[in-house]
Ligand binder design. Structure first.
Ligand code: ADP
Ligand code: ADP
Length: 228
């Protein structure tokens, strides 16, 4: 059974505005990579806001493990579902301080595992201070900082990782490195991304195509090409 479902969900930001999400139904499998694609304003980010319960729907039902969202506490939802926003801010400080932020009791091993998933473990070892190296622009590139944000989300061992354009500004090589790590992650849990470039969703297990707040199509890259 899916880990997350939306059933006929409608949401609008303002009472008189057109719905940002309009009768959307979708299911996120327990494992694998789901990519949500669609033009700007399609409602992709709003789906994340609803999944994170930053917003509540006007109609319809969201479920985690088959249980309605109202039956979960916010703390439980946020522990199960991690979110990496676009340009996720890091705290000025060390790699360790950033990684331990969401899970202060995480041991050394978990910190290094999270870094390995985003292929930053070698880099951290190269930096003389390892986990205690300072996160300054002189020691880390923008792409590396973005990967730290993903690693930070992983330290808390979420079942579901929501990534909002987290790889949008990385160079091709870095993006590939992150993708390989996410591929491993998708074997253990659900990875949901908002994608813009088709090249990043070719290998997604499921692609959800949105337009004007509605789900227009769902399938693999091949399925979507065939029905286009
Ligand atoms: P996408 O992520 O696909 O670009 P969004 O979910 O951000 O789409 O936006 C869906 C619709 O909701 C758009 O029409 C957008 O203008 C509107 N919208 C998004 N955020 C807000 C907000 N905070 N207040 C009012 N309208 C919003
Ligand atoms: P492979 O050819 O081994 O599948 P890819 O680098 O194409 O390697 O992608 C590996 C996996 O990583 C994909 O199947 C998908 O699960 C995930 N993935 C790829 N690109 C992204 C992305 N931009 N954001 C999130 N996950 C991604």
């Amino acid at each position: 059974s899916p880990v997350l479902t939306l059933q006929n969900v409608t949401f609008r930001y303002l009472p008189d505005a057109a719905p940002a999400v309009d009768g959307a139904s979708l299911a996120i499998p327990r494992r694998g990579h789901t990519a949500i694609i669609g033009p700007s304003g399609a409602g992709k980010t709003t789906i994340f806001s609803l999944l994170l319960r930053f917003e509540d729907p006007e109609h319809g039902q969201l479920r985690l493990d088959g249980r309605p969202y109202e039956e979960w506490s916010l703390a439980e939802l946020r522990r199960r579902i991690a979110y990496v926003e676009q340009d996720a801010p890091l705290v000025p400080g060390t790699l360790r301080e950033n990684l331990a932020y969401a899970a202060p009791d995480a041991g050394e091993q978990r910190l290094w595992e999270a870094l390995a998933t985003v292929r930053l473990d070698e880099r951290a070892r190269e930096l003389e201070a390892g986990l205690d190296s300072e996160l300054s622009p002189s020691t880390m590139s923008g792409g590396e900082r973005q990967r730290v944000a993903v690693a930070r989300a992983l330290v808390a061992q979420p079942d579901i990782l929501l990534l909002d354009e987290a790889t949008a500004q990385l160079d091709g090589l870095t993006e590939a490195a992150v993708a390989v790590g996410l591929h491993h992650l998708a074997r253990k849990g659900a990875v949901v991304t908002i994608a813009h470039r088709l090249s990043t969703v070719v290998d997604a297990d499921q692609i959800i195509l949105m337009d004007a707040g509605a789900v227009r199509n769902t399938g693999t890259h091949e399925d979507l090409l065939a029905t286009d």
